[in-house]
Design a protein around this ligand. Structure first.
Ligand code: GRF
Length: 202
């Protein structure tokens, strides 16, 4: 499998930065072949430029359907010989066009312990439910939002007086550790998906 990553973003790109840093520090044996954003203003694009990684902006507004948008994204990924796709704050739901092009080769990171709190504002949802522990999840992507075989999770305590900002920041620190580790597992061929659940070889 190609060890070239395609990272899809929509905004800040701190997880993209964590991936780039892990590669730079030798903790992740991969290269980022392309960063694709559906938002021209995404801060993550600057991070990619600073790291010398090619970027592409594919605006969903220019396409009549999700499938057509995904075809355009797929063309970028193929052009850069991408083997594994990492969603890193990418605010679009993938259609079968992308999911089937990279079977069990698309990862996402989500700021909750899935299957709790899917969708937007997962940290706010956690606070509203009064959970005492939340966290983050890296999973393989299927055609449902924030759904698919779970690869790694990290638990993060919710503290008295937490706001959405403080809890998000605490979870984000763990996201940045977890995502490169999960990517490495996939690249090393340690992830098997015999059914609906991922099995990870030690
Ligand atoms: C992260 O919290 C991630 O879990 C979620 O979106 C956020 C993206 O942040 N999917 P960043 O763009 O990587 O800084």
């Amino acid at each position: 499998m190609s060890r070239t990553l395609g990272v899809l973003i929509s905004g800040r790109g701190s997880n993209l930065q964590a991936i780039l840093d892990a590669i730079g520090e030798g903790r992740l044996d991969a290269r980022v072949g392309v960063v694709v954003s559906n938002q021209a203003e995404a801060r993550g694009l600057e991070r990619a430029n600073e790291a010398g990684v090619p970027t592409a902006v594919v605006s969903h507004k220019n396409y009549a359907s999700r499938e057509q948008f995904d075809e355009a994204v797929l063309a970028q990924l193929k052009a850069h010989d991408v083997g594994v796709v990492c969603l890193a704050g990418f605010m679009r739901i993938l259609s079968p066009v992308l999911v089937r092009a990279f079977p069990d080769r698309i990862l996402n990171i989500h700021p909750s312990l899935l299957p709790a709190f899917v969708g937007l504002h997962a940290q706010r949802q956690a606070l509203e439910h009064g959970v005492k522990v939340s966290g983050c999840t890296v999973h393989l992507v299927d055609e449902e939002l924030d759904h698919g075989p779970i690869l790694l999770q990290a638990a993060v305590p919710v503290e008295e007086g937490d706001t959405e900002e403080t809890l998000s920041a605490r979870i984000l620190e763990r996201e940045h550790e977890l995502y490169p580790k999960a990517i490495q597992l996939v690249l090393d061929g340690k992830v098997r998906v015999p059914g609906k659940r991922a099995r990870i070889a030690s």
